[in-house]
Design a protein around this ligand. Sequence first.
Ligand SMILES: Nc1ncnc2c1ncn2[C@@H]1O[C@H](COP(=O)(O)OP(=O)(O)OP(=O)(O)O)[C@@H](O)[C@H]1O
Length: 309
Amino acid sequence: MANIVEITDLRKSYKDGFQALKGVNLGIEEGEILALLGPNGAGKTTLISTVCGITMPTSGTVTVGGHDILHDYRAARSMIGLVPQEINLEPFERVINTVRFSRGLFGKPSDDAAIEKVLRQLSLWDKKDNQIRELSGGMKRRVLIAKALAHDPRVLFLDEPTAGVDVELRKDMWQIVDKLKEDGVTIILTTHYIEEAEAIADRVGVIAHGELLLVEEKTKLMTRMGQKELEVQLTETLTEVPRNLQSDDLALSSDGHALIYTYDTNAERTGITKLLADVAAEGLVLRDVVTRQSSLEDIFVNLVKEDAA
Ligand SMILES: Nc1ncnc2c1ncn2[C@@H]1O[C@H](COP(=O)(O)OP(=O)(O)OP(=O)(O)O)[C@@H](O)[C@H]1O
């Protein structure tokens, strides 16, 4: 599929000389959901603000739908919607006017049918005449999305859409993102929450210290980098790993009831057969064996740790 956003060697140094982006290359496919994960200060907001034309790049190029964000900024901007981190709404304005106004900002003719579609998409139609101050926090976030969609953008950027919101609201937001994807909107979201990326993204990008460490399909990433743990539960309690079994990959569980073996899912030989034979040779009796796949969280922590090393 064609890339709708193309970022080439993008660099940003702030006035104080701080390099927030150090040569980012990234192509975003039309219709995908890309989650940008990274610790605080990694450069996520700088990256999306630059693509959205709010921050000026120091060098590099960005095109959206083939339009350069600097030389052809009007065309590029009209294809982008941005949902900022902060809720910046006028408390006494009515929902429908807030969204209408946003459409007008992009020079699009007023179109009540388009506004109704967006408000319905976000389950805000029955609140259209409410003032913003009468809405719950979750609804205000939805209004932010409705505003960002008011001019029918093809690409939607969500900067930390669920920062500080409760689990139920977070799941609500994930459903909204899913629905938008069905409508063909390309979505790029930044998040600290790994479970968010795991739940909704097609691809995951990891950014740290202004560099994109990797971008990969979520499922591939999880298999490629994933490690598995095999928990060998025993009928007796041990105080240490028996001498003949000692290796870097084997540890004793904290209660002494199980041996925990870590292995690489991609290795040609996992070593499980040998381990189980060795366990039997030690005269240990198995109660059960359980396997666990490492989560995106483990992968992320390892990656960022490697980068810092
Ligand atoms: N206007 C600015 N002037 C100088 N430095 C800045 C400016 N804006 C951001 N930075 C610095 O650039 C780095 C990246 O910031 P950015 O907001 O892009 O990170 P982030 O990944 O979005 O972090 P968070 O998850 O905390 O929002 C940080 O070290 C930040 O202090």
